[in-house]
Ligand binder design. Structure first.
Ligand code: IVH
Length: 682
C-alpha cells in the first residue's frame, strides 16, 4: 500500500468507525455487530501503527486515554458559565413565572422543561468542527482543561458533522452540558472499588467528579462516563440561525450529541407544575441521576431581553426535588473491618422507613466525616438515600440536641484483633490519611473477608461460601486462608453447627469445581490491592501463567495494557511476602488452573519496543505531542523525567536540566533526525 492509499483507507475507516460510534453511543442503535466493529477498529489501529503520521487527534483510536498529566491547565471561558437560581417550592416557581411576565408584559411566554442532570458541568470547544478543548466550569470564568479525559467519552464527537456546521471558514462552537456516571456504571464501579479495597464513592455525582479529576486519562477511559448537552457558549462563524431553545437542542443532536431524552413545552405555571411532576416519575427510568427540573424560556430573543443577574439567567430556574431523607436517632457507632483491613464506621440507627425500605444502619464514611459534621451518639440525624446510593448519615439536627450526646471516639485498635490501627498502611490512592487500617493480615475479620471474596460470584464463584459459613469455618479453625478450603474433609464440615451432610457435600463439590475456574479469577480472588477483575483479565492476557505474572518485574508488568505503576508495585509487593508465596504454591499443588486461557502472545514488536524516551527542548520539525505519538506507535514509551531506566533523551533547542541529568547518568542523547531514523528502521 502506498502512503496515498493508506491515507484514503484511513479516512474511510475513521469515518465509518465514527459513524458506528455515534449510532452505538448516542443513538443507542448499533448498526453493525461487535465483531464487525472490532474488525474495523483493528484495521484502523493497525494502519496507524504502520503509518503513525496518519494518527490525527480526532481518530477513533485516540479515545483510550493518553499519558498522565502533571496538572490541569486553566482555561478562560469567553462566555461565563453561569449557575441557575433554584427553588424547592411550587409557590416560588409561580412567582418566577409572574416575574418574567412582568418583565415581558403582554408577551406570550413558552417554556421548555428539561431534566436537571446531576453531574458535572463542562464546556466543549470546537474550532472548525474539531474538538479542541474541554473544560470544567470552575468559578464560572476559568475552569480546568480536561480535554484528554473528555476525549475518552465515546458520545463526545471528536469532529462535528460537517453538513450541520455549514461554516464558511473559521468557526467556533462551544457546547455545554453535564458529564455523568450512569446509575448502573456507578454500582459497578463501587463494587469494583470495594473488591480492590478502595473507598466507595458516596454517589454517582462524586464518582463523576472524581473521575474527571484524574490526571491519568487511561483510568478515566475505564469509567462509564457519558454526557447530556443542553446549551451553548461562544458561537462564531456558523450559518445556523436559531430562534428557540428546542431548535438549539435539535441542532445539537444533528451535530452528534446526546440531548435530554425528554422535554416538555409549557405555557403556564399550571402546565409547568404538571410537567415537573411527570418528570419526577419518569426520571427513575433515566440512565443518569436527576436532582430536579430546569425550566427555560424557549424564545432566545426573549431570553436576551430578560437578561442575567450577576450569577444566573433571569429566564431560567431549577426546580429541585427533595432528596429522600428521614430523621432518626443514632444509637451507636460500630466499626467494620474489611478484607483489606479498612475500618468503616457504621451508624446503628433507630429503624426508620426511607424510600420504601426500613433502614437500621447507614454509613458514616470515615473518622474525618464524623468529626467535620460533629456527629455524636444520641444525636437525631438526617439520613439520605439518593438513587442507587448506600444510605448515609448526612447531617445532625442540632435543634434536637439535649446535651446528653457523646462524641464518638474512633478506636485506636482494631475492634476485631486489637492491633494498633494506622492511617497509612496499604493506603489506596485518594484515601491516604483518611482511612484507618488494621495492619494485621492475620486479623480474623480480614481472614473472613479474604475467604468471602475468594468465594464470591465475581471471583471463584464457590456456591455456599457466604458470610455465615465462612465465619464458622474461620472460628472453628478449619480454614485460615483460601488454600485451606481445598483440604476440607466431609467429616470436618458435617461436624459444624447447622451443617447437614448434604450441604457439606454440596459445598465440597463447589470447591472442587472451582479448580477449573479461569486463571484471572484466581488472580482477582487473591485480593491483591488494586487488582480488580478488569486488571486481572488484562494481566491474564499478557502473561501465559499465574507464576509469570508474579515473577514479572515492574517494567514488565506495566507493559501490559491497563497496568500502571501503582498496580505493578502492589503485585510485586504482594509476592514479596513469603506467606503469600507459600499460599500460591499450595494453590498450585491443589491443582488450581494456573494456565491462562486469555493469554495472547504479542504481535510483532515495533522498532522501539520496550525503550523509554525522555523529551527536552524544542525539536526542529515535530511538536511534542507528535513525537510522543510516534514513539508510542513504534512501541516505545515517553517518560517525564530522566532516570537510570531512560534509554534515550531526545534533545532539541534550548534543552532543560534533563540534558545535564542525562549526561550525568550517561544516557544516550539523540536528536529528532536520529529518532525518526530509528522509527523508520523496521
Ligand atoms: S442550563 C445559564 N440545563 O445545573 C444556565 N443546567 O444548578 C446554564 N444542569 O450549572 C445551565 N442539567 O451544571 C442547564 N438541563 C440543564 C441542566 C443544567 C443540569 C446543571 C448545570 C448548572 C447547574 C445549576
Amino acid at each position: 500500500m502506498t502512503l496515498a492509499e493508506a491515507k484514503t483507507r484511513h479516512r474511510q475507516l475513521a469515518r465509518e468507525t465514527r459513524q458506528h460510534d455515534h449510532a452505538y453511543y448516542v443513538l443507542g442503535q448499533p448498526t453493525i455487530s461487535d465483531f464487525e466493529y472490532d474488525r474495523l477498529y483493528r484495521e484502523l489501529a493497525d494502519l496507524e501503527k504502520q503509518y503513525p503520521e496518519l494518527i490525527s487527534p480526532d481518530s477513533p483510536t485516540q479515545r483510550v486515554g493518553g499519558e498522565p498529566l502533571k496538572e490541569f491547565k486553566p482555561v478562560r471561558h469567553p462566555q461565563p458559565m453561569l449557575s441557575l437560581d433554584n427553588t424547592y417550592s411550587q409557590q416560588e416557581l409561580r412567582e418566577f413565572v409572574n416575574r418574567l411576565q412582568r418583565l415581558l408584559p403582554k408577551e406570550k411566554l413558552e417554556w421548555v422543561v428539561e431534566p436537571k442532570v446531576d453531574g458535572i458541568a463542562i464546556n466543549l470547544r470546537y474550532e472548525d468542527g474539531l474538538f479542541l478543548c474541554g473544560s470544567t466550569r470552575g468559578d464560572g470564568t476559568t475552569g480546568d482543561d480536561i480535554t484528554a479525559n473528555l476525549k475518552t467519552i465515546r458520545s463526545i464527537p471528536h469532529r462535528l458533522e460537517e453538513e450541520s456546521v455549514s461554516a464558511p471558514a473559521r468557526s467556533v462552537i462551544e457546547v455545554r452540558g453535564e458529564v455523568y456516571l450512569t446509575k448502573t456504571g456507578f454500582k459497578r464501579l463501587n463494587t469494583e472499588r470495594a473488591a480492590n479495597g478502595e473507598e466507595p464513592f458516596a454517589n454517582a455525582r462524586n464518582a463523576a467528579a472524581g473521575s474527571l479529576k484524574q490526571l491519568d486519562p487511561r483510568i478515566v477511559a475505564r469509567r462509564p462516563l457519558d454526557i447530556v448537552v443542553y446549551g451553548v457558549g461562544q458561537i462564531e462563524g456558523t450559518n445556523v440561525r436559531l430562534e428557540r431553545h428546542d431548535q438549539l437542542l435539535q441542532w445539537l443532536k444533528t451535530l452528534g450529541f446526546n440531548t435530554p431524552e425528554r422535554t416538555w413545552h409549557c405555557h403556564s405555571a399550571d402546565e409547568l407544575v404538571k410537567a415537573i411532576e411527570e418528570l419526577e416519575q419518569v426520571r427513575r427510568g433515566f440512565a443518569y441521576e436527576t436532582d430536579g427540573a430546569v425550566v427555560k424560556l424557549n424564545s432566545l430573543e426573549q431570553r436576551q431581553r430578560a437578561g442575567f443577574t450577576a450569577k444566573a439567567p433571569r429566564w431560567a430556574i431549577a426546580y429541585k426535588y427533595a432528596a429522600e431523607q428521614a430523621e432518626t436517632k443514632l444509637k451507636g457507632v460500630t466499626v467494620q473491618v474489611g478484607r483489606t483491613g479498612a475500618l468503616t464506621p457504621v451508624a446503628e440507627l433507630e429503624p426508620v422507613l426511607l424510600a420504601g425500605s426500613t433502614i437500621g444502619r447507614a454509613t458514616l464514611h470515615n473518622e474525618d466525616y464524623i468529626r467535620q459534621k460533629d456527629i455524636r451518639v444520641g444525636d437525631t440525624v438526617t439520613i439520605e438515600k439518593a438513587g442507587e446510593v448506600i444510605p448515609a448519615v448526612v447531617d445532625v439536627v442540632l435543634t434536637k440536641r439535649t446535651g446528653a450526646e457523646v462524641p464518638f471516639r474512633f478506636p485506636s485498635q482494631c475492634p476485631e484483633c486489637g492491633s494498633k490501627v494506622s492511617r497509612m498502611a496499604g493506603a489506596a490512592p485518594g484515601d491516604e490519611g483518611v482511612v484507618w487500617r488494621c495492619p494485621n493480615s492475620d486479623c480474623p475479620a480480614q481472614i473472613r473477608g479474604r475467604i468471602e471474596h475468594w468465594c464470591s460470584r465475581g471471583a471463584m464463584d464457590i456456591e455456599g461460601g457466604g458470610e455465615v459459613l465462612v465465619r464458622q469455618l474461620v472460628q472453628s479453625g478449619l480454614v485460615r486462608d483460601v488454600a485451606d478450603l481445598y483440604r476440607l474433609k466431609l467429616e470436618e464440615l458435617a461436624g459444624l453447627e447447622r451443617m447437614g451432610e448434604k450441604s457439606a457435600r454440596n459445598f465440597l463439590q463447589a470447591i472442587d469445581a472451582s479448580k477449573q475456574r479461569e486463571t484471572w479469577r484466581i488472580l482477582f480472588g487473591l485480593g491483591v490491592l488494586h487488582v480488580g477483575a478488569g486488571v486481572a483479565k488484562a494481566l491474564s492476557r499478557c502473561f501465559p501463567t499465574l507464576e509469570d505474572v508474579f515473577n514479572a518485574s515492574i517494567p514488565q508488568l506495566t507493559q501490559c495494557e491497563d497496568v500502571g505503576e501503582v498496580i505493578a508495585q502492589s503485585i510485586v509487593q504482594w509476592h514479596g511476602d513469603r506467606q503469600n508465596r507459600t499460599l500460591l504454591e499450595r494453590l498450585r499443588k491443589a491443582k488450581l488452573n494456573f494456565t491462562s486461557e486469555l493469554y495472547k502472545p504479542k504481535a510483532a514488536a515495533g522498532p522501539l519496543e520496550g525503550k523509554i524516551f525522555v523529551l527536552t527542548g524544542t525539536l526542529p520539525g515535530l511538536k511534542r505531542e507528535e513525537v510522543t505519538e510516534r514513539i508510542e506507535a513504534a512501541g516505545g514509551k515517553v517518560s517525564g523525567s530522566v532516570s537510570k531506566k531512560t534509554d534515550f533523551v531526545v534533545a532539541g533547542e534550548e534543552p532543560g536540566s534533563k540534558l545535564e541529568k542525562a549526561q550525568k547518568l550517561r544516557v544516550r542523547i539523540i536528536g529528532e533526525k536520529e529518532l525518526l531514523e530509528m522509527i523508520e528502521k523496521r
